[in-house]
Ligand binder design. Structure first.
Ligand SMILES: NC(=O)c1ccc[n+]([C@@H]2O[C@H](COP(=O)([O-])OP(=O)(O)OC[C@H]3O[C@@H](n4cnc5c(N)ncnc54)[C@H](O)[C@@H]3O)[C@@H](O)[C@H]2O)c1
Ligand SMILES: [Zn+2]
Length: 368
């Protein structure tokens, strides 16, 4: 049977106090963008923001689908990579939209990975003080994590995501087919966030992931179910604390305090985000054993699972650990000396603690 017909489109409902939208997850959806945009968005003109890797692969298909639905898209292509996630680039996108006559009725489509999703969402948040945003994520990380939750923004020299806005998408379209062209190392990055979701909220998914590698890692139906599950996990957590103020949303940062510090210490070149997160998760598990009663056997199961997905669980011997400690101090969560650290007492649960000390973290990093 043609796989297009064997996987029906799944629609995950996402809602909170300030947002309500659908994430459609299926196959060959890039050809149906126009149809869905007409259903969910009032505007007729839009900008497709994409990058130099994704644009040549999928932008034409999205553009054609929009024009055949009588919409008027323009395509804006930015250089691929994190270096494009800047205020300057966001300004340049806005200028192109102004030049093309896009107005308050227009909308922005982000067609790409988390970089494109974050910057296009930020542009949508500020253009004419806010126009609708459609996310078409093309990496597993973006489908399972970054396209959901409404956090948009850009980096500055001082740090990542320091400028941004909460701006939820009006629609998310996850076409599992587009993952086929994603290089293996990039594809895998999404699994670090998925494993994180399992540790903090879903012991059953953790067990399922333990047998994932035995099957084909890119089986469409399995991927569709996995993406839907992760969208639900993230959106349920976000709904409890949309603006990241009460601490409930902060559990999504599990593994990220140390992970970000490792990313920064490696000058954002040594490790991809998911790889640094993997190391951060191992460190967070060590802290959890000490401060939250995590059973050492469960930490070992986490390490085993990360290794199944080819993630590093130890730092290279010559890695400058002192750079990690230095970077930790720059972290937003360590400001004013107060450490708020996410721990897991058991797989499937997480909470924020304020009794974790810098020594605990140093010790955990020392063990990596
Ligand atoms: N907003 C949030 O809540 C949130 C959450 C997590 C991460 N993020 C952000 O997400 C970004 C990382 O996202 P990412 O890992 O998707 O990186 P990315 O957007 O840089 O994409 C990774 C690489 O894969 C290429 N690519 C993307 N889709 C492809 C496809 N289908 N085929 C071939 N190549 C493809 C891209 O051009 C890029 O080179 C970071 O900026 C991070 O801060 C945001
Ligand atoms: Zn992350």
């Amino acid at each position: 049977m043609d796989p297009v017909y064997s996987v029906p489109v799944a629609a995950v409902k996402i809602h909170g106090v300030r947002h309500r939208y659908l994430a459609l997850v299926g196959l060959d959806l890039v050809r149906q963008v126009g149809e869905h945009a007409c259903k969910f968005l009032p505007g007729k003109t839009c900008a497709i923001v994409t990058d130099t890797n994704v644009g040549p692969l999928f932008a034409r298909r999205v553009e054609r689908s929009l024009t055949s639905a009588s919409l008027k898209p323009i395509v804006i292509t930015i250089p691929a990579g994190e270096k494009s996630k800047t205020l300057k680039q966001a300004g340049a996108i806005c200028e192109q939209m102004i030049a093309a006559g896009l107005d308050r009725q227009s909308f922005v489509i982000g067609l790409g990975g988390g970089v494109v999703g974050d910057i296009s969402g930020f542009v949508a948040a500020i253009y004419h003080r806010g126009i609708p945003h459609v996310q078409i994520p093309t990496t597993l990380l973006a489908m399972a994590d970054s396209s959901i939750g409404g956090k948009t923004g850009v980096d500055t020299r001082a740090g990542k995501n320091l400028i941004g806005a909460f701006h939820h998408p009006s629609l998310v379209i996850d076409d599992v087919d587009v993952l086929k062209t994603l290089p293996r190392r990039q594809f895998n990055q999404g699994f670090a966030e998925i494993i994180k979701h399992a540790i903090i909220a879903d012991a059953k998914m953790f067990n399922q992931l333990q047998s994932w590698q035995a099957r084909s890692p890119r089986r469409p139906l399995a991927l569709q179910q996995l993406i839907c599950r992760n969208i639900k996990i993230k959106s349920n957590i976000v709904a409890k604390d949309e603006l990241d103020r009460t601490g409930e949303r902060a559990v999504l940062n599990f593994g990220h305090s140390v992970g970000h510090a490792i990313e920064r210490a490696g000058n954002y070149r040594k490790f991809l985000h998911g790889e640094a997160l993997s190391l951060g998760i191992v460190a967070a598990c060590a802290v959890s054993i000490k401060r939250a009663g995590l059973a050492p056997g469960q930490r070992d199961a986490v390490i085993d699972l990360l290794q199944r997905f080819d993630f590093p669980t130890r730092l290279p011997k010559n890695f400058p650990r002192e750079k990690i400690f230095k970077a930790l101090k720059f972290d937003k969560k360590f400001e004013q000396g107060e450490i708020r650290f996410v721990v897991t007492p058991r797989i499937g649960a997480a909470c924020l603690r304020s009794d974790v000390t810098l020594e605990d973290i140093h010790e955990a990093v020392g063990e990596l």
